[in-house]
Design a protein around this ligand. Structure first.
Ligand SMILES: Nc1nc2c(ncn2[C@@H]2O[C@H](COP(=O)(O)OP(=O)(O)O)[C@@H](O)[C@H]2O)c(=O)[nH]1
Ligand SMILES: [Mg+2]
Length: 297
């Protein structure tokens, strides 16, 4: 670990409404997938730390669920995860979609300012702004909304202008030694990431509201000579949902299982044996004991 007296280290909370690209940005900065990404809202349910080491600085990112209007205990847990992350952070980064500013962005900005932390603004998805010069007007307008510590337009997907964000963050972090060993990319366990990679495939394969009522529990996670053996339960809230997850002759569940196995296998570059069960538990998303058991604490 560094003994450099100028070394900087601190926590950076990534906040924003769902779907603006917070998790994509984190994965891109870290160069690996630690937080799942889909085109659907509520993909990220937890607070996830990603540790990014630069020459002279260690940035501990906290990816958060998008702040939204919560309808149940799970939703409140998610919003709390985002607000709690801001309290713990040295810097709050508000992420928005550069192509538009919405009322939801306004709500998150207000929460970010309430945290009392310096707030930086990242305009993501600039690959969708045409012509690129339009950004100048968008930034000029946005600058009026708050005294941002810094403003960085970038594209997480294209990897465009990420270095500017790294520089701004490093410059605004407090001086201090690294908090984490350099080879640890996240505070989350492999078991957690495996569950998330399976949930990502559920989000991608199932329609509409269905995935929002689901969660994944990893019951078995064992490394053997031949590979990684995983046993997972997909918990759904209704008997009818169970049928939809399994599909005709089990085809849907097979597709999901195959896709998840490939993703998990790619994550750790080893063969994966995945067994899936689908079980029904009504109201799990409103029962504190179950939320704790499923990792939402
Ligand atoms: N065009 C474009 N799409 C992006 C970019 N970053 C993320 N996305 C897409 O936006 C969607 C939401 O991304 P995600 O990281 O899950 O957003 P989060 O909910 O804020 O964490 C996904 O479909 C991403 O592929 C970007 O820079 N450009
Ligand atoms: Mg996310």
């Amino acid at each position: 670990m560094s003994t450099d007296p100028e070394h900087r280290c601190g926590q950076v909370a990534l906040v924003g409404r769902p779907n603006v690209g917070k998790s994509s940005l984190l994965n891109r900065l870290l160069g690996q997938k630690i937080s799942i990404v889909t085109h659907k809202a509520q993909t990220t349910r937890h607070r996830i730390q990603g540790i990014h080491n630069l020459p002279g600085a260690q940035i501990v990112f906290i990816d958060t669920p998008g702040i939204h209007a919560a309808g149940n205990a799970l939703g409140r847990y998610m919003n709390q995860a985002a607000r709690g992350a801001m309290q713990d952070a040295d810097i709050v980064v508000l992420v928005t979609d550069a192509t538009r500013w919405t009322a939801q962005d306004e709500v998150v900005l207000a929460a970010a300012r309430d945290s009392g932390r310096p707030v930086g603004w990242v305009l993501n998805k600039i690959d969708r702004v045409h012509p690129r010069t339009r950004l100048l007007a968008i930034i000029a307008e946005g600058r009026e909304r708050a005294p941002f510590a810094f403003i960085v337009p970038l594209s997480a997907q294209q990897g465009d202008n990420l270095a500017s964000l790294e520089q701004e963050l490093a410059a605004h972090l407090p001086v201090g030694p690294a908090l984490f060993e350099e080879d640890i990319p996240t505070d989350r366990s492999e078991r957690f990431i495996a569950a998330e990679l399976l949930r990502e495939q559920l989000l991608l394969h199932l329609h509409e509201e269905l995935p929002y009522g689901m969660t994944v529990e990893i019951e078995r996670f064992v490394r053997t000579d031949t590979g990684l053996e995983l046993g997972a339960v997909i918990w759904v809230a209704r008997e009818s949902h169970k049928g939809m997850v399994i599909g005709k002759q089990g085809e849907q569940l097979k597709r999901i299982g195959r896709a998840a196995r490939l993703e998990i296998s790619a994550q750790w570059q080893e063969p994966v044996f995945l067994s899936l069960w689908v079980k029904v538990r009504e109201n799990w998303a409103d029962e504190p004991a179950l939320l704790t058991r499923f990792g939402y604490d």
